[in-house]
Design a protein around this ligand. Structure first.
Ligand code: PLP
Length: 421
């Protein structure tokens, strides 16, 4: 076996060059795909991927380029993805538990570390139980179909993340979409939905394009008035919002009123991958029986479990990391506002610098990189037309100097391109 592998590596059999499928259908498909790709380029919405040649962190080296790039576009809110203890925990888990499980959870894919992590997540969020998924996208894809039937209703904020929208599409419940954070509209929709057996209000805790935070107190009050449950997606909140980093529900004092929390292990909690649902035990038990992305997908790899588990230990030991985030965010927001920029959202490390024009956002982002600051411009269709922006994300491991350099670069580039007087 090993000899065979070596023979291939040594230039023996090898994999050869790619083979194009032949036949009329394959040719027709290729033509159609190429034309679709051309349309995407023509519409100016092509997403290219920059290749990073270093670890994820506040300072990066890009492949083929120089080092010393200050990174302001990762969801590495707490800087834990390159934290030495997180990396050590991953290596230890890898050595002790192997590369992976080659199995779904219910066949032979559950190790003690998976159970420990689920217990830790539930404790962190002060919920009864938790279930792991390969991603939060999967957690969102799996929950609505397993929980809601045609007798039920789901009420969803119009700007919810794509994975919530897709999860809701997969379920057979009656669907209501309310205007973004509009409590009057939510109330009207709740009144309409009284005829159904069960009502579930679904919202992002923090919205990733605008850095705005769902009005959870008001949502929970309406849910109580109209006998509904509340679900939140905490991908952009877990680990750093609230006095102890528990999330939006802690920040707004409604931990006991939100029934279901979905979140990711791929952002603040170590940044590797993975997602979860936490909430009432019978719901988690049901998801283990019925949720398709859980039942039909491989278990989380031990190294990934190790990272997340250590990240949670660090957060439960002390709230210092979560709190350092807030001061950095405040520094960036206030200096940028003083420089004359408009920053959307409030008190969130997602700081969208609003520019309006798509071309302006794109050329400014490019020019920022020339000055060693890595930021990304977003335009239609990712955000509404005329609302193009550069999204800056602050991490607890940015130094004050990093933040000041970013503001200086924005000021220079903004003046050069006419975004500032
Ligand atoms: N929900 C929200 C609000 C997100 O921003 C994301 C990731 O971008 C996801 C869900 C999906 O998370 P994951 O990367 O764990 O699949």
């Amino acid at each position: 076996m090993w000899l065979a592998v070596r023979a291939v590596r040594g230039g023996g059999v090898g994999f050869g060059s790619p083979r194009a499928a032949s036949g009329a259908a394959a040719a027709q498909l290729r033509q159609r795909l190429e034309s679709e790709l051309e349309d995407i380029r023509g519409a100016g919405t092509w997403k290219s991927e920059r290749v990073i040649a270093s670890r994820q962190g506040p300072h990066l080296r890009l492949a083929g380029g120089g080092g010393g790039i200050i990174n302001f576009c990762a969801n590495n809110y707490l800087g834990l993805s390159s934290h030495p203890e997180v990396i050590r925990a991953a290596v230890e888990a890898l050595e002790k538990f192997g590369a992976g499980l080659s199995s779904v959870r219910f066949i032979c894919g559950t190790q003690s570390i998976h159970k420990d992590l689920e217990e830790k997540i539930a404790r962190f969020h002060q919920r009864e139980d938790a279930i792991l998924y390969a991603s939060c996208f999967d957690a969102n894809a799996g929950i609505f179909e397993a929980l809601l039937t045609p007798e039920d209703a789901v009420l969803s904020d119009e700007l919810n993340h794509a994975s919530i929208i897709d999860g809701i599409r997969l379920c057979k419940a009656n669907k209501y979409r309310y205007k973004h954070m509009d409590m009057q509209d939510l109330e009207a929709k709740l009144q309409e939905a009284q005829k159904h057996r069960l009502r579930l209000v679904a919202t992002d805790g923090a919205f990733s394009m605008d850095g705005d935070i769902a009005p959870l107190r008001e949502i929970c009050q309406l849910a109580q008035k109209y006998d509904a449950l509340v679900f939140i997606d905490e991908c952009h909140a877990t680990g750093f919002l609230g006095p102890n980093g528990r999330g939006t529900d802690e920040l707004l004092g409604v931990m006991d009123k939100v029934t279901i929390v979905n979140s990711t292990l791929g952002k603040a909690l170590g940044g590797a991958a993975g997602g979860y649902t936490t909430g009432p035990k019978p719901l988690i038990d049901l998801l283990r029986q019925r949720s398709r992305p859980y039942l039909f997908s491989n278990s989380l790899p031990p190294a990934v479990v190790g990272c997340a588990s250590k990240a949670l230990d660090l957060l439960m030991e002390s709230n210092a990391i979560a709190q350092s985030m807030a001061a950095k965010t405040q520094r960036f927001r206030s200096k940028m506002t003083a420089a004359g920029f408009t920053i959307s959202g409030k008190d969130h490390p997602i700081c969208p610098v609003m520019l309006g024009d798509a071309r302006l956002a794109s050329v400014m982002a490019e020019d920022m990189l020339n000055r060693g600051i890595y930021v990304i411009g977003f335009s239609y269709p990712v955000v509404p037309k005329g609302k193009a922006r550069i999204r800056v994300q602050i991490s607890a491991v940015h130094s004050d100097e990093d933040i000041d350099r970013c503001v200086e670069a924005f000021t220079e580039v903004g003046r050069k391109h006419g975004a500032l007087p």
